[in-house]
Design a protein around this ligand. Structure first.
Ligand SMILES: Cc1cc2nc3c(=O)[nH]c(=O)nc-3n(C[C@H](O)[C@H](O)[C@H](O)COP(=O)(O)OP(=O)(O)OC[C@H]3O[C@@H](n4cnc5c(N)ncnc54)[C@H](O)[C@@H]3O)c2cc1C
Length: 667
């Protein structure tokens, strides 16, 4: 839907969208919206007082004389596999041409960098923004391209530079600055092109975080504390920190009259389904992702993350969390693992900028102050900040913190020695098992690979880990509690290079975000910013505490569905049977026989065995008390795991941790 008329030659601004897929609370769209002359109406809002307009300074786009806007989303070839966009018509033969870009696979594990869940979510989010912009009715939209960002920008600017028909000139390229080595490189490349061609380049501050960069309590990033709690305390009360959200534009400059086509050999579909299909086709060539036994969806189990991408869906989710009272309950439910509402499921929206943390904050303020309409009947409406809403703000600050760590430590985010290696003069280097070589500890890379494949497939024999890995593979989501356990299992129990786990998460997660993924993996692996190093999660104790009836494990490990936990006499949870759900090797032979799992590797030969018993005195009756399992009676580490025939027996060094140790509240 190109723009219509203009008496002067169009002056075109390119806006490269990346992780800012929203129209509201978006500083770039906000600035551009102020170009258009009054009448300048804003979308009505129940909370006008929370919205602000930067009317104190003239719009930056004004100075450039922008008349047309080219919002551009590029599926970056190094991160997203784009061979599904190859166009058959570009070749004289029936064969598809070859992509000029290498496959978008991870460095160590060679996994697709963007798996099917996130690829779908991004497509939906981009498409939703396109539709939102088109719905403004002023001739704007999103132009979708695939390739290397620098190649596409170069292609567009040289097309306009070579134009004789005066279809317009590029006056600037804007993008939002993002942490991450690749993202920074893209930024530098585009800046370089702008410099060479003599037009303006601007990297805007990323405003989707809770605390605005301009309000940080330090001016030099090296002063960021290495402990989250110290950082948080320097900002409390968090309630007072977020800036107001920016007004939502109702008008934007139109698209240029002519837009150069997608460079060959690719073509861009014109419908969302086709876009998804182009993204998924190469991934679906091997839907097992190289796993000999890929997880299968257990009948009747529902995804905890059934949400689609896009700004509208993000706002609907936020509204529903407030209306249902889930935000007020959050502190009590956040360690859950089953269902949609134990946690917010806002992470993917925040990762792709469909929503900002300050929008979440102000929506909560509307609820807490009683000035909004959502949640009138919910617990806590109009009663100020409560434990639940406070905990949400607390978690949102974790997200900020991880991103600031990425800024502080740069490429060390991805380094095997992590931030810690950089922070100390002579780091106590952790030793890892690798897939391609022995680490000199007598380990065999072939065995390590075997173990690693079982870890990926969710067939380790450790119920909590297997449930989470299967859920992740099938849905793209798994809870924070489960993520912590999985990361600890790989890094501490199996001793395998933690970066392989981070790469797998990068591939599978719907909410993948470089800083938050790699920062959290480092944290759990003991090479990041965890002040209490050397902790190890005991996945049995954790299961007892957070999945006391084995509901979560049985939901995703379908083979265990038939276990009847209720004792015949008193109807209480039979603790021995529960232990069998947590680690199937502990089941009686007759029970294994009944379930038909007797000869399975993960049952008979688990990667590790954790001896664990519950004292009856603790009254572990499966009554659902979420605090059970703390303190006495927890893991009785006795050194080596018993009896596993294969390598990978857990060498239970390090301290076993059971409770809320990780970045879930109290670092
Ligand atoms: C090994 C590992 C890998 C992770 N990878 C990612 C990732 O790639 N992307 C990602 O967004 N989060 C990641 N997290 C953090 C956290 O697990 C998810 O943000 C959270 O589970 C998402 O679900 P939610 O939105 O329902 O969270 P909620 O519990 O509802 O939390 C609200 C918001 O707070 C933020 N948040 C919560 N916990 C954390 C945390 N530990 N670190 C940073 N921010 C947090 C998120 O933005 C989240 O949406 C990872 C955690 C671990 C342990």
């Amino acid at each position: 839907m190109p723009g219509t008329s203009s008496s002067v030659a169009p002056r075109i601004l390119i806006y490269i969208l990346r992780y800012d897929l929203r129209i509201s609370d978006n500083p770039i769209f906000h600035d551009l919206s102020r170009l258009t002359k009054p009448p300048f109406a804003y979308k009505s809002s129940t909370s006008k007082w929370t919205q602000t307009d930067r009317s104190d300074a003239p719009a930056l786009a004004e100075a450039l004389g922008v008349t047309h806007l080219l919002p551009l989303y590029i599926f970056p070839a190094d991160q997203v596999e784009i061979s599904g966009f190859l166009s058959p018509s570009s070749s004289s033969t029936a064969q598809l041409p070859k992509s000029p870009y290498p496959e978008a696979k991870s460095r160590i594990g060679k996994f697709w960098r963007t798996g099917p869940h996130r690829a779908t979510f991004i497509a939906e989010s981009v498409w939703a923004l396109k539709q939102e912009l088109e719905a403004l009715g002023c001739g704007t939209s999103v132009v979708i391209r695939v390739g290397a960002i620098k190649d596409i920008v170069e292609n567009i600017v040289s097309w306009f530079a070579g134009e004789v028909d005066d279809d317009g000139e590029i006056v600037g390229v804007w993008m939002t600055s993002v942490e991450g080595t690749e993202e920074k490189k893209d930024e530098r490349d585009v800046r370089q092109i702008a410099k060479k061609r003599g037009f303006e380049f601007k990297a805007w501050m990323d405003e989707k975080y809770f605390v605005d960069d301009r309000d940080l309590p330090f001016s030099n990033i090296s002063d960021l504390p290495n402990v989250y709690t110290t950082y948080r305390k320097s900002l409390e009360p968090l309630y007072d920190r977020p800036r107001r959200v920016l007004r939502t534009p109702t008008r934007l400059p139109p698209l240029p009259l002519f837009i150069p086509p997608q460079p060959m050999p690719f073509s861009i579909p014109s419908a969302l389904d086709d876009l998804k299909s182009a993204l998924l086709t190469p991934l679906n060539a091997d839907p097992s992702f190289g796993l000999p036994v890929p997880p299968r969806w257990p009948q009747g189990t529902e995804s905890a993350h059934p949400f689609t991408g896009g700004e509208r869906a993000a706002n609907a989710r936020l509204k529903s969390l407030i209306s249902s009272g889930a935000m007020s309950r959050y502190k009590d439910t956040r360690n859950g693992m089953l269902g949609t509402d134990f946690s917010t499921k806002l992470s993917a929206y925040l990762a792709f900028g469909c929503l900002t943390a300050r929008q979440v904050h102000w929506a909560l303020v509307d609820f807490e102050s009683g000035s909004g309409r959502d949640g009138i009947d919910a617990m806590g409406f109009g009663k100020g900040e409560n434990e639940g809403t406070k905990a949400v703000r607390f978690e949102l600050l974790w997200r900020d913190y991880m991103r600031l760590c990425a800024r502080k430590f740069g490429p060390r985010l991805f380094h095997v020695d992590g931030f810690r290696g950089a922070a100390t003069e002579s780091p106590q280097r952790k030793r890892w098992k690798y897939l391609d070589r022995s680490s000199g500890m007598g380990d065999d890379p072939i065995k390590t690979r075997e173990i690693f494949i079982r870890f990926l497939s969710g067939t380790t024999g450790m119920g909590l880990i297997d449930a989470s890995q299967r859920e992740l593979f099938l849905t793209g989501y798994t809870s924070n509690r489960a993520r912590q356990n999985v990361a600890s299992f790989l890094a501490a129990h199996l001793g395998i290079d933690w970066r392989l786990g981070a790469e797998w998460y990068e591939s599978m997660l719907i909410d993948y975000d470089a800083a938050n993924n790699w920062g959290n993996w480092q944290y759990v692996a003991g090479v990041g910013n965890d002040p209490r190093q050397g902790r190890v999660f005991n996945p049995v104790k954790q299961a007892l505490e957070y999945d006391p009836n084995g509901h979560y494990i049985r939901a995703w490990v379908g083979e265990l569905r038939g276990v009847n936990l209720r004792g015949e006499k008193d109807g209480e949870v039979d603790q021995e049977k529960l232990m069998g759900v947590f680690q199937a090797w502990r089941m009686k032979e007759t029970e294994k026989e009944q379930l038909g799992i007797r000869s399975l590797d993960w049952v008979e030969w688990p990667l590790i065995r954790i001896p664990f018993s519950i004292s009856r005195a603790r009254g572990a009756d499966g009554g659902g008390g979420s605090k059970r399992g703390r303190g006495r009676g927890g893991y009785r580490g006795r050194g080596k795991g018993r009896g596993s025939r294969r390598s990978g027996d857990g060498d239970q060094t390090g301290r076993m941790a059971g409770g809320n140790e990780l970045n879930s509240g109290d670092a």
